[in-house]
Design a protein around this ligand. Sequence first.
Ligand code: ADP
Ligand code: MG
Length: 152
Amino acid sequence: MKEYKLIIENLEKTDKLAQKLGKVLFPGAVIALEGDLGAGKTTFTKGIAKALNIKKNVNSPTFTIIKEYSGDLNLYHMDVYRLNNEYEDLGFDEYFYNDGITVIEWASKIYDQLPVNRLNINIYVSGESERIIEVIPFGEKYQSLCEEVFNV
Ligand code: ADP
Ligand code: MG
């Protein structure tokens, strides 16, 4: 399985990369984001939302856990950091197996509930505005998506 590692120099480039991905996402795509607080998970989600023509401001759903937005495709933005335990199920499958796009912050917290086919994106802070973005596709559809977006 091919993995991708990209060095992103600044905020604008994170936004651009997320938009590039957002433009080619297929209905039902699931993106599992990981990274410390302040790494850029919400920033990356905002870029995807922009590409989906979502006009509403996308902000962190930390307290609500799931927020829905409508655009060219629906966006389900989850932040599962505050879940009481990893087995707590808020009906995630209804979002995952659906024609919208699901983006999950702190996805490893619900590791066992994640769909097998998905795109893992890990963001590492490597400088004040530099980030290392690691992308791991699971499943053929995500692999070809990555060839298109992350092969530079
Ligand atoms: P998270 O959701 O992972 O906690 P946020 O996206 O909310 O992180 O916050 C990321 C913070 O880091 C923002 O304040 C953003 O402006 C800043 N930042 C600086 N450089 C970058 C970059 N290259 N990519 C993403 N965020 C960056
Ligand atoms: Mg966040």
